[in-house]
Design a protein around this ligand. Structure first.
Ligand SMILES: *Cc1c(COP(=O)(O)O)cnc(C)c1O
Length: 298
């Protein structure tokens, strides 16, 4: 069993706010961001079965893919170091003059970085040149990733009390896992952080079994704030407001946009009075290091 982090740190934070009282809605946050300073949130859950499979197959080396600020890259680097596995990160784009903080960290955990042009990254030609390595898709996308993400809700006490579960969507792997472990009466809402990523529904489908497809879920595409990793001043201000009101730290790519979606859907009655909502805080706080210091209050 791969167990490198402190899962018992995960807890539920209940949000207290007038807009929740007024709407008679309860909003709880499952704080998976606290389980490890680097391998935070959903990334460990998505990686667990891949790494287990690699170890049991006797692999000594992992290869995976990502961008310069990828939570998945840094989580893989850190997990591999803890497990004594060598690893390579194939990074999208030419090597920059100054490496991002994410890549500096990943390298410090022993990850070899290999930069490829955006074009080569896209056509994945490089995969054919790899041998003697266990390959994990970008973002941990895949069935093993979804199976791992399905165990996130094991850490939520009284799961059945919730009418809605809401989480961020990048590749859709976490959402697939949440759908797998949701009950038939719960509505699972995935907040896409990309602009008009219409491939998503199909990619999600590939990860779901027939019985999962009978569940209630949908992906919402209106909460991307301009696109992937876009963080206009309004989003930064919102993150600071959430922090001041609830001492809840969020990240610029995923969880701030998800919290915004939850608040909007509750305020506009899409999530109806009497609902009990669980939001997954999927981590990713290291990505905020891409901001200039002092912009965020946390
Ligand atoms: C990667 C990531 C996601 C997206 O997960 P997918 O399984 O790719 O949809 C959501 N939140 C955070 C914090 C992440 O780092």
């Amino acid at each position: 069993m791969v167990d490198v982090i402190e899962l018992d740190k995960i807890f539920i934070q209940t949000i207290e706010a007038k807009w929740l009282k007024d709407q008679d809605v309860c909003l709880d946050i499952l704080r998976t961001d606290v389980l490890h300073p680097v391998i935070s949130g959903n990334k460990w859950f998505k990686l667990r079965y891949y790494l287990e499979e690699a170890l049991s197959a006797g692999s000594k080396h992992i290869t995976t893919f990502g961008g310069a600020y990828s939570n998945h890259i840094i989580a893989t680097a850190c997990a591999c170091k803890q497990l004594g596995l060598a690893c390579t990160g194939i990074i999208r784009g030419e090597r920059p003059a100054v490496l991002s903080s994410t890549l500096v960290y990943a390298q410090s955990f022993g990850m070899q970085l290999q930069f490829v042009s955006r074009e080569d990254y896209k056509n994945k030609a490089i995969v054919k040149q790899l041998s003697d390595t266990y390959i994990i898709h970008e973002g941990g996308y895949g069935k093993q990733g979804a199976r791992g993400a399905a165990t996130i809700l094991d850490y939520c006490p009284n799961l059945n009390q919730y009418s809605h579960i809401i989480c961020a969507v990048g590749t859709g792997t976490m959402l697939a896992g949440i759908i797998k472990s949701a009950t038939a009466t719960q509505l699972v809402l995935g907040i896409s952080v990309m602009k008009a990523n219409r491939a998503l529904e199909n990619e999600l489908d590939q990860l779901l079994e027939k019985e999962d497809q009978q569940k209630q879920y949908s992906i919402l595409h209106d909460y991307h704030f301009g696109g992937y990793a876009k963080h206009p001043p309004a989003l930064i201000a919102y993150m600071n407001t959430i922090w001041q009101a609830h001492q809840l730290p969020t990240d610029i790519v995923y969880t701030s946009k998800t919290f915004f979606a939850a608040e909007t859907l509750i305020r506009n009655n899409t999530i109806t009075p009497g609902s009990r909502v669980l939001m997954i805080h999927s981590g990713g706080l290291q990505g905020n290091l891409s901001l200039p210091p002092g912009v965020l209050l946390f």
